[in-house]
Design a protein around this ligand. Sequence first.
Ligand code: PMP
Length: 360
Amino acid sequence: MNLRIPGPVPLPDEVLELVGAQMMNHRGPEYAVMIERMTRNLKTILATSGDAYLITSSGTGAMETAIVNTLSPGDPVLSISIGVFGDRYGLIAEAYGADVTRLKCELGQAVDPDDVRRTLRETPGCAAVVVTHNESSTGVVNPLEAIARAVHEESDALILVDAVSSAAAIPVATDAWGIDVVATAAQKAWVAPPGISMVTFSESAWKAYETAKMPRFYFDVALYRRYLETGQPPFTPCLPAIYALDHSMQAIVDEGIETVFTRHHERAEQARNGATALGLELFPDRSIASDTVTAVTVPEDIDGRELVARVREDHGVVLGGGQQTLAGKIFRIGHMGWVEPQHIDEALRAIGETLAAMRA
Ligand code: PMP
């Protein structure tokens, strides 16, 4: 099977073996050595000298961590959304009582940083901007550096970024861009199973923490900070995912993060060029197309759901379908983490042959 969804990603054999390794004492010396190494590698990959933590949860838990540790109920928050996951970030803030203003873009578009500036001027006292870096539902990458610049120039708001499907594949310059919290998850470009999320936490985020009143317990970052000082997690971690993530983070650092970014760009170009060579149209404009997931418009004469089903049944290639209003209208090819050129070739061949069979 060729799993080509935008996460969870397939794992190479050496990582799969670690997922089956024996459990260990998470309050013992072995774990302390491992968590110290992982935290160091996490900070290297996310380009920060600030704090960073590993949490046992999926990526949504990391987004919730960003919000509950920096905000109070009633705080004005700007939620930028270009798709399903942007909507979700706003919903989490709202669930905890933030006063959410939404800047929503048409699906397939990236946000215009000038629109961010304009909205911030109309939202005085904005406490935080929540934004998706790479929108997995539409295959669009937002111009994060320019967005962060706009936020810092126009306001004192914190910037809380969902980098779940970008980090470790597409550059996230946490400190250089002034990102306060980066949220990401192991089952994406990190080449590990689901179960671990990760957050960075800036000095400004810690300052906000001092007065933040949203309720929190499991996701209280101060617990993660205090326990990390003793080489422990506050709660029992998902050890199989930790073992795998430790290995894969070290592999990313050893390969060199710039090389990893280049590799992702090359695989993405292969997917985009291959799709257009089949006569298909990319859903977003190429200039904003993601290097981790390619969204392709389903041709008018084709049933998108049937296409995805037949590619799976006849060729063993598992594509992502469209989510919510895009169901049946697009399909998505995931290419983050461990991806060989032949994985993409095989997926493209399966799509081409299925299209031909459906039209015959
Ligand atoms: N944000 C983005 C951009 C994602 O792609 C995903 C997962 N598809 C999430 C958030 C949510 O992550 P999880 O399912 O791990 O909670």
